[in-house]
Each structure stands twice: as structure tokens, then as C-alpha cells.
Design a binder for this molecule. Structure first.
Ligand code: SAH
Ligand code: F3S
Length: 482
């Protein structure tokens, strides 16, 4: 699930094993990126120690927590609608229910939430989850509570997250928090603060623990994973002031990948998201060196126009990006590459848009996530640029690249016909209970008859057919990875 936004998962309410003796009931649901889903597991772990068990029934919840996303206006509107829903349930069925807002919207709107949305009792930003027990005590005494302080150190490295709604096979492990890149369209640097990295030791321990519990694949998560840098704690931007010994013993992303791959040589390792300006070739070489690091890079570019890239403060050119793609393919010929793209950024002309089309034609991405520009208050573009591309043009350009991506996906998926791929079984296929569904290292979904295989098996599958995004095949035996 390299998807930045997994539409199928949006708003999923989360449950975990019931802890005996816990009397209160927590309803927790998440919107937005994988990091939010991962953070909700940390929150659930904290709440479990505060006497809460999870429920999927709003009407019996003592506390509702919603982990929110601010990346586009539509994401915020979805959360506002959920608040209306909670309001109705509280009014009609469950007057004692308390409501807390977590995540990026909490950080962006701060006390405004308490003023604007009468239903909200608790507002907690992404770096303040350890303060939840204190904040909850205030709420229990009838006061609204808020903590939106962003931290220089917090990585939650010492909290062992509970796994929510898990398939028992794949899990997220967060490795960095915040982002220093300041892309002019993006609200993340404001809502998630400055970039900091988590202690590699605690990352390895979490991966070992997951392996011991039967997990077979981890995705290392960060807004910009390639920028990972551990030198004993602290902000990335302060690395220049670190001591010589700290610098000499620091761990960058390539080293971290190597450590993870060696610690659990049969665990599949994925990572997301990469930023072209920070992805160095030593990372690609480390991928090539280890069979268990999956050959897929999610490498958002946002636009193919040099002028727009500059306006977006993406610190690379179209030519540099193309050279990076060439190098990745030289080092790992079968590496899948996926994209995020924005159309209708302020001042984008038809010629700029054609540059995006021609870049897509050059790369032929395996898949991608495409968006129309949504102005975010407080960002550089929001403050300094007029949102001047008409909505109808944005929509048409979006449709054009969605259609083009479908063609490219089909071409790339077809390349696997009549080959044998390794699939890690995750679950039953949605379309047929006689089929398993899993993914190849390249992150392509593959379905095949169940036979005697089970969830968590690595199976060699002969590909006999495909749709534009899914491989269809026949299991021919367990892979040597089992
Ligand atoms: N580095 C992050 C990016 C987070 S935002 C990561 O971990 O994925 C995910 C995607 O949302 C971005 O790559 C971008 O394509 C899109 N996006 C961000 N801000 C946006 C905005 N204001 N309008 C439209 N799309 C946006
Ligand atoms: Fe946003 Fe750019 Fe960071 S898209 S999350 S500011 S890399």
C-alpha cells in the first residue's frame, strides 16, 4: 500500500484485541496518508493503557477520535461531514460521547476547531499524542483540551504500536516525521513540523518484533524517506552543528535500508515516499544489493514543466529527474516507478501541461496518484499566487493524465505476461473467494487460485492474463523465501 491516499481505506474505523479490565470504549478512524493510519496505531496503543477498548459502533463510544488530513480542501470537507455525523449520534443516541480531533487539521486549525465545531472537546496535533492521558483528564472534568505543540524530538520510537485491522502480513513502520522541503503548494511542513529521524535501533527492534509475530512485509514510512538521517536525535537541519563523532557514526537512508534488510533477510522491505531531490544512487544500489528490498520507488514529480517545478520549489529540473529515472533503470532494470502529479498549479499554461504529458510518456510510470491543485491557506503558493487556472481546465487536464496513466499502466502490466513473479499472499481476492490476492515486489496486485496456499505465503505465480493494473495467474509452488 504505497498509496499516499488509499481511497478504500479512508474513514475505516479501527479495532484491536480487547484488553481485559478496560471499561471505556474508543471509536477511532483515520483519513489521509499512510502516516495517519500508522499514527492511529500509536494513539490506540496509548489509549489502551488508559482503560479504552476499541469499538466500531459510534453509538456506544465514550470517546471518538478522528485522525484528520489537510492536504487538499476536499479532505477537510470529508472530516467536517464526519463531525456532523458524530453530532447527530451524540444528540440522538449517545449524549455522554466526547469527540477529539487528531492530526493535520488539528494542527492547522488549532483553537479555531473548538470555536467553530461545538462538538469537538479535544484537539491534538501530530507531535502531542503522548499528552493524551493528561488532555483526557481535562476533558473528563468537563473542560475542552488542546495540545498542538510541534516537537524537535518526538518520533514515538519508544511506543510499540498496536496493529489495527491488520492482515497479519504487512505493516507500516515510521522512520521520519515532518518535512523540511517546503514545496510551495504543501501544508505538511506546517502541520507536521520540522524533519526528524527515528533511532535506527528502535526501527530494527520493531521490524524484528513484527517478524516474530508472523509479518512478512514492512513499509518504512516518512514524508521524505530519502532524507532520513540519524545522528543521535534532533532536527535534520541541525546536523551541521553535530559533533565530529556524531557525524562519523550517523546513519543515512541507504545505511538504514541495509541494516533493515540484513536484520530480517526474508522480510520484504518497502519504503515511501521518495523525493527526487533527496533520492541518491547509493539508495538504489542498496536496493539492488538486497533481494528482500522490493524493486519499487514511489517518486512523485508533481509537474513536467521546469518553470512550474521552480514555482513549486521542487529543487530539481525535468532533465535531472529524467536522468535519475535512467540511472534507476540502469541499476535495477525491472524497478517499478510510480508518481504523484498535480495539474492546475497557479500559472500553469497548456504548454506547461504538455511538458507533464511528455514527461509521463518518457517515464511510463507503473501507476500514479493524480490531483487538481487545491489552494491551502498559509502555504507559500496560497499566500503569494492566485489560484488562476479555471476549475474546468483543471478537471480536463486531470482527466487527460488519468487516461494517459491508464494506458501506461496497461503497457507496464502486460510486460509481466508469461513470466513468473513472486507474490506475497495478503488476503482473499475481493472478486472471488476461490482466489488469493497479493502483490509482487514491484507492488503490482496479483490474483490466483487458492490451492493449498495460505495468507503470508510467498508463492511463485505464472502470469497468464492481466487487466490494466492486476496480474492474473496460477501458483506453481512456494518461493524459496518461505
Ligand atoms: N512527501 C509526501 C507528500 C505528501 S502529499 C508523501 O509522503 O507522500 C501527497 C501528494 O498530495 C503530493 O505528492 C502531491 O501530489 C499532492 N498534494 C499535496 N499538496 C497538494 C495541494 N495543495 N493540491 C493538490 N495536491 C496536493
Ligand atoms: Fe509536502 Fe513537498 Fe514535503 S510535497 S510533504 S513539502 S516533500
Amino acid at each position: 500500500m504505497e498509496k499516499t491516499i488509499d481511497e478504500k481505506k479512508q474513514g475505516e474505523s479501527l479495532v484491536l484485541d480487547q484488553k481485559e479490565g478496560n471499561k471505556r470504549k474508543l471509536f477511532i478512524e483515520s483519513y489521509g496518508c499512510a502516516m495517519n493510519f500508522s499514527d492511529s496505531e500509536i494513539v490506540a496503543s496509548i489509549m489502551q493503557n488508559q482503560g479504552f477498548n476499541t469499538t466500531q459502533n459510534l453509538e456506544e463510544a465514550d470517546l471518538v477520535l478522528v485522525n484528520t488530513c489537510s492536504i487538499r480542501d476536499k479532505a477537510e470537507q470529508t472530516v467536517r461531514k464526519r463531525l456532523e455525523k458524530y453530532n447527530a449520534v451524540k444528540r440522538d443516541h449517545n449524549p455522554k460521547m466526547k469527540v477529539g480531533v487528531l492530526g493535520c487539521m488539528a494542527e492547522r486549525l488549532k483553537t479555531k476547531f473548538l470555536e467553530e465545531e461545538k462538538i469537538v472537546d479535544l484537539v491534538v496535533g501530530p507531535d502531542a499524542y503522548k499528552d493524551l492521558p493528561n488532555l483526557l483528564a481535562e476533558v473528563d472534568e468537563g473542560r475542552d483540551a488542546i495540545n498542538v505543540i510541534l516537537s524537535k524530538e518526538e518520533t514515538y520510537g519508544d511506543i510499540s504500536p498496536v496493529r489495527l485491522n491488520t492482515n497479519g502480513v504487512t505493516a507500516f513502520v515510521s522512520i521520519t516525521r515532518g518535512c523540511d522541503n517546503m514545496c510551495t503548494f504543501c501544508v505538511v511542513p506546517f502541520t507536521r513540523g520540522r524533519e526528524r529521524s527515528r533511532d535506527p535501533q528502535s526501527i530494527i527492534e520493531e521490524i524484528n518484533d513484527l517478524w516474530n509475530k508472523g509479518y512478512k512485509e514492512v513499509t518504512l514510512l516518512g514524508q521524505n524517506v530519502d532524507s532520513y538521517l540519524w545522528y543521535g536525535g534532533g532536527l535534520k537541519k541541525d546536523f551541521k552543528d553535530a559533533s565530529d563523532i556524531q557525524k562519523a557514526t550517523s546513519v543515512n537512508f541507504s545505511k538504514l535500508l541495509d541494516l533493515c534488510a540484513v536484520a530480517q533477510p526474508k522480510m520484504r522491505i518497502r519504503f515511501s515516499t521518495s523525493n527526487p531531490q533527496d533520492l541518491t544512487l547509493d539508495v538504489v544500489e542498496t536496493m539492488a544489493k538486497h533481494q528482500n528490498i522490493c524493486n519499487h520507488i514511489h517518486l512523485p514529480v508533481q509537474s513536467g514543466s521546469n518553470r512550474i517545478l521552480k514555482e513549486m520549489n521542487r529543487l530539481h529540473t525535468r532533465e535531472e529527474y529524467m536522468a535519475l529515472i535512467d540511472n534507476i533503470r540502469k541499476i535495477i532494470p525491472n524497478c517499478a516507478i510510480s508518481q504523484d502529479m498535480i495539474v492546475g498549479f497557479p500559472t500553469e499554461t497548456e504548454a506547461d501541461f504538455q511538458d507533464t504529458i511528455s514527461l509521463m510518456d518518457y517515464v511510463k510510470y507503473n501507476f500514479g496518484y493524480m490531483f487538481t491543485y487545491s489552494e491551502r491557506p498559509g502555504t507559500m503558493a496560497g499566500r503569494n499566487m492566485k489560484d488562476d487556472v479555471p476549475e474546468a481546465i483543471k478537471k480536463r487536464r486531470l482527466q487527460d493524465i488519468v487516461d494517459l496513466q491508464r494506458i501506461h499502466s496497461e503497457i507496464k502490466t502486460k510486460e509481466w505476461l508469461n513470466t513468473t513473479v513472486e507474490v506475497l499472499i495478503e488476503k482473499e481476492s475481493k472478486k472471488s473467494d476461490a482466489q488469493w490476492s497479493g502483490r509482487t515486489p514491484q507492488n503490482i496486485v496479483c490474483v490466483f487460485p487458492k490451492a493449498n496456499y495460505k495468507v503470508g505465503d510467498f508463492v511463485n505465480v505464472k502470469v497468464t492474463d492481466c487487466t490494466s493494473a492486476t496480474l492474473i495467474g496460477e501458483g506453481i509452488g512456494l518461493s524459496e523465501n518461505n
